[in-house]
Design a protein around this ligand. Structure first.
Ligand code: HEM
Length: 153
């Protein structure tokens, strides 16, 4: 029998929704991260979109690509903000703690894969301090061993 994807192992869409909800709550509670997340024009479905994005990266259905946008659009949304390394560290920290809040499986290999993904993903977001992001970057796919396919960042 083949090993489940990280998406399946986490518990599927409901688990990712719990993770994104917990992560967003932690971002709002952070004294620095709450600023970027406190704009009035915040997308009303931000948490659902974030959950769909992470789920797709971890082997879930391609809902983000089908309904929300592509990887280049996601990076463009974060680009052009100069040095965000402090926010990036805080973002990773919130993500690690949110995995506990959301009751994701406590398996050490699973948690390491999640953490490695988020460190990699934040580094990619931070690599665009200027507004220009290449078009048509493919969605990354992350598995137990790391990056399987998609942008090399
Ligand atoms: C420095 C760290 C980060 C900050 C401060 C940040 C901040 C934000 C903000 C302010 C939004 C827009 C919310 C809205 O108006 O709806 C957003 C959207 C989003 N972010 Fe981040 N983000 C960070 C890192 C990341 C990373 C590393 C990922 C991916 C792993 C990510 C994935 C997304 C996605 C998928 C959306 C929703 C896009 C959509 O609505 O289609 N973010 N982020």
């Amino acid at each position: 029998m083949s090993r489940p994807t990280l998406f399946e192992f986490a518990g599927g869409e409901r688990a990712f929704l719990r993770l994104a909800t917990a992560h967003h709550a932690r971002c709002l509670a952070d004294p620095e991260l709450n600023h970027p997340f406190s704009h009035e024009d915040q997308h009303p479905q931000h948490v659902e979109r974030l959950a769909a994005y992470w789920a797709e990266v971890m082997g879930g259905p391609p809902r983000y690509s089908a309904e929300c946008g592509d990887h280049s659009a996601m990076l463009t949304m974060h680009a052009g903000n100069g040095d965000m390394s402090d926010l990036g560290r805080r973002f990773v920290d919130c993500f690690i703690k949110a995995a506990d809040d959301a009751d994701l499986p406590n398996d050490p290999e699973f948690r390491t894969a999640l953490e490695n993904y988020m460190r990699w993903a934040v580094a990619e977001v931070l690599s665009y301090p200027d507004p220009t992001v290449p078009k048509d970057l493919t969605m990354p796919r992350w598995d137990w061993k790391g990056l399987v396919s998609g942008t090399a960042g």
